[in-house]
Design a protein around this ligand. Structure first.
Ligand SMILES: NC(=O)c1ccc[n+]([C@@H]2O[C@H](COP(=O)([O-])OP(=O)(O)OC[C@H]3O[C@@H](n4cnc5c(N)ncnc54)[C@H](OP(=O)(O)O)[C@@H]3O)[C@@H](O)[C@H]2O)c1
Length: 242
C-alpha cells in the first residue's frame, strides 16, 4: 500500500486519466482528479469510494485560468503534499493551418499547453518544499513528429513537450522529477467511430501501469522521455488519409 501518497490527475473521468485515477486509487494512493462534467466526476468518485478508495474529484474547465486557480486553492486546503502530478487532460481536433478556425488553435493551446503550465507552476511550491515528487506530462507522438490534418494538435503538443523539457532543466536541482510521455494511438473515446481494430491501439490501462512504474523508481534517476507505441506500430500516413 502507498500510505498517504498523493497523486493529482487532470482529465480523470475518461480514457487515460480515468485509468490512472483508478489504478492509483486501487494501489492505495490518495487521488485528486478533475474534469469538466460534474456528474461524471461525482460518478467516478462514488464508484471508487464504494470500493473504499480515497478519491476527491473536482469539476472545472482547465481552459479557464480562474478555474485552475480555484482548484489549486481547493487542493491547498485539502493537502500539503503532492507526490505525483499527471498533466493528462487534452483533446484532439483535426485541422490544417490553412483552413482551420483560429478558435481551434486557441482552444487546443489553452487545454493542451497553457493549462499544464498554469497548474504546474501553482502546485510546484508544494513539491519543491519537500524536495521530491514526479510530474508526468502526457504529450503525444504528435509532439515529436507532425502529421497532416493534425495542425493545432501537433503545435500544442510540441508546446507541451517544450514546457516539459524546460521544466525538467529548471527542476534538476530541486529533487522534483519530470517525465514526458509520448504515446501513439490510445484506445479511448477520442477514437469513437474509428475503423481501426482495438489491437492497433495502446490500452489506457497499459499507460496507467507505465505511469505507476515511473513512481516506483528510486530517486537517483528520472525517465526524461518515454515513447510508447502500439505493438503493431503507428498508423501509416496512407491509413490516416484513407
Ligand atoms: N487517445 C489517444 O490516441 C492519445 C494519443 C496520444 C496522446 N494522447 C493524450 O493523452 C491525454 C488523454 O487523452 P484521452 O484520449 O484519454 O482523452 P479523453 O478520453 O478524451 O478524455 C479526456 C479527459 O479530459 C477531460 N477534459 C477534456 N476537456 C477538458 C477541459 N477543458 N477541462 C478539464 N478537463 C477536460 C475530460 O472530461 P470532461 O469532458 O468532462 O472535461 C476527460 O476526463 C491527452 O493529453 C491526449 O492528447 C491521447
Amino acid at each position: 500500500m502507498s500510505g498517504d501518497r498523493v497523486v493529482i490527475v487532470t482529465g480523470g473521468t475518461r480514457g487515460v486519466g480515468r485509468a490512472v485515477v483508478t489504478l492509483f486509487a486501487r494501489k492505495g494512493w490518495r487521488v485528486f482528479f478533475s474534469a469538466r462534467h460534474a456528474e461524471a466526476v461525482q460518478a467516478l468518485q462514488m464508484q471508487l469510494r464504494d470500493e473504499g478508495r480515497i478519491v476527491e474529484g473536482y469539476a472545472c474547465d482547465l481552459t479557464r485560468k480562474s478555474d485552475i486557480e480555484k482548484w489549486v486553492r481547493w487542493l491547498q486546503e485539502k493537502t500539503d503534499r503532492i507526490d505525483v502530478l499527471v498533466n493528462n487532460a487534452g483533446t484532439f481536433i483535426p485541422g490544417k493551418i490553412q483552413t482551420e478556425d483560429d478558435a481551434t488553435f486557441e482552444y487546443l493551446m489553452a487545454l493542451n499547453a497553457a493549462a499544464p503550465y498554469y497548474l504546474t507552476k501553482r502546485l510546484l511550491p508544494m513539491m519543491t518544499a519537500r524536495k521530491s515528487g514526479l510530474i508526468v506530462n502526457i504529450s503525444s507522438t504528435a509532439g515529436l513528429q507532425p502529421y497532416p490534418n493534425g495542425a493545432s494538435y501537433c503545435i500544442s503538443k510540441y508546446a507541451l513537450t517544450g514546457f516539459s523539457k524546460v521544466l525538467r532543466e529548471e527542476l534538476k536541482p530541486t529533487g522534483v522529477r519530470v517525465s514526458t510521455l509520448y504515446p501513439g494511438p490510445v484506445y479511448t473515446d477520442s477514437w469513437e467511430g474509428t475503423p481501426y481494430e482495438p489491437h492497433r491501439f495502446i490500452l489506457p490501462d497499459t499507460l496507467a501501469r507505465i505511469i505507476h512504474h515511473l513512481t516506483e523508481l528510486p530517486a537517483d534517476a528520472v525517465v526524461e522521455d518515454l515513447v510508447v507505441r502500439p505493438q503493431a506500430g503507428d498508423f501509416s500516413e496512407s491509413e490516416m488519409n484513407s
